[in-house]
Write a protein that binds this ligand. Structure first.
Ligand SMILES: Nc1ncnc2c1ncn2[C@@H]1O[C@H](COP(=O)(O)OP(=O)(O)OP(=O)(O)O)[C@@H](O)[C@H]1O
Length: 409
């Protein structure tokens, strides 16, 4: 067993943190204090184990205790109750840039962190080129880290952590940062470490990421484990709670016609607190295309007050049964708050859906997916015409080939 957490508890003094609140926290507590003074448990009665080569997903809303849990496992801070045992070297990707000394150069930091991770100076020197190539920051490596963008710091931090032979890897929301190409490189590396027996704990707000990557998951709510088990089951429960919370916050409002001409009716095809509102949704080309054509979806929105880095979500569902054929969301990499009205655009370079009737569903969600600000379900029709008939929802370009008389390849 690489990680064993038994009855873990961590208490903080209420309303006070030993660091200033982040922009996200300030926005989340807009106009009201989140907590009355006094001690509170950020984690309580948390127990689980992670085996060699296993990947455990940890999901939960903002403030659920996910980062505190990873920090305790990584040896940062002391538990007030229970214990953590880890076997082998722990590589941690916790707070962005944490661990770097801003006035040292990237190269100097690399040595400091490599040695702190248990490598000898010689071992670090032998890996420098690989680490730099992975991080793609060769040119800036002799500049002080304070001159690095957050993306560069993230790439360097990730590259160091995964090249120091960790037996336990702690990843906090890392995969939502950086561009897609870098993310897939990180994922590939994580998979390779996992197959070499590294135990991985991945914190994410994204149910899809947890369900897609992890072997097992736990859901934390207010510091306690609400659910543990197969990732599909845990994330489904998490989503169900999100739906309930969204319903609870959905206000009464008379049906209205949107700027795109669609009828919107609360609790029928529209859900959400309406702290952000979707004003209009435009599809280009408008609502009818052939398999393989490009589709551009424009979501015009309005906000009444600043909202911390919400997620935009677009899904395409089959009209007949609501089957979800595609589901795409923005990450929260930018930490960009919504402060004004605007338009979010999703461009799909090609959509290889089989012919039939579909809907484009759009939503704006709170950054931790706790509930929807505004969600339009089965409002915007999409017709796919032409293409080959057959079962299934996909219609990619294809060709059959039949070879005979040749040895099997
Ligand atoms: N050093 C600290 N001092 C006081 N309170 C803290 C400290 N660190 C965390 N907390 C509080 O403990 C609770 C758990 O925080 P934690 O950062 O672990 O949550 P999280 O699930 O990682 O949230 P997020 O998804 O927003 O990162 C929160 O209420 C947070 O405000």
């Amino acid at each position: 067993m690489s990680v064993s957490v038994q009855n873990l508890g961590k208490r903080f003094r209420g309303g006070r943190r030993d660091r200033p609140p982040t922009l996200k926290e300030r926005l989340l507590t807009w106009g009201h204090s989140r907590r009355s003074p006094g001690d509170f448990w950020a984690l309580r009665h948390v127990s689980f184990e992670v085996a060699d080569g296993e990947m455990l997903g940890i999901i939960g809303q903002n403030g659920a205790g996910k980062s505190t849990l990873l920090q305790l496992i990584g040896g940062v801070g002391r538990a007030d109750e229970g214990r953590v045992r880890t076997q082998g070297k722990v590589g941690a990707l916790l707070d962005l840039g944490a661990g770097f000394s801003p006035d040292l150069t990237g190269r100097e930091n690399l040595f400091v962190m490599g040695i702190a991770a248990g490598l000898t100076r010689r071992q670090v020197a032998a890996r420098v080129d690989r680490i730099l190539a992975f991080a793609e920051i060769e040119q800036a490596i002799d500049n002080p880290v304070r001159t690095y963008s957050s993306g560069m710091q993230m790439r360097l931090g990730f590259a160091i952590a995964v090249h120091t032979d960790p037996q336990v890897l702690l990843v906090d929301e890392f995969l939502s940062v950086g561009d897609l190409a870098f993310q897939s490189k990180c994922l590939e590396r994580i998979r390779a470490l996992k197959s070499d027996g590294c135990a991985i704990l991945l914190v994410s707000h994204s149910p899809e990421q947890i369900a897609g990557l992890c072997d097992r998951a736990i859901w934390l709510r207010q510091g306690e484990v609400v659910s543990e088990g197969p990732p599909e089951m845990v994330t489904q429960r998490y989503r169900e709670e999100m739906r309930q919370e969204t319903k609870r916050r959905t206000p009464q409002r008379a049906p209205e016609r949107s700027a795109s001409g669609a009828m919107l009716e609360m609790e029928h095809n529209r859900f959400g607190s309406l702290e952000a509102e979707i004003l209009e949704v435009r599809l280009h080309p408008c609502g009818s295309l052939e398999p393989g054509e490009a589709l551009r979806i424009e979501i015009g929105f309005r906000v009444d007050r600043p909202l911390p880095s919400p997620r935009f979500n677009v899904s395409i569902s089959r009209a007949a049964d609501g089957f979800i054929c595609l589901d795409l969301s923005t990450g929260h990499a930018s930490e960009q708050a919504l402060i004004d009205n605007g338009t979010a655009v999703l461009s799909l370079q090609r959509l290889d859906l089989a012919s039939g009737a579909y809907f484009v569903n759009v939503g704006i969600f709170r950054t931790d997916w706790r509930y929807a600000y505004d969600y339009h379900w089965h409002v915007y029709p999409l017709q796919i015409t032409g293409g080959s008939a057959g079962e299934g929802v996909l219609a990619p370009p294809f060709a059959w080939q039949l070879e005979q008389g040749a040895p099997p390849r």
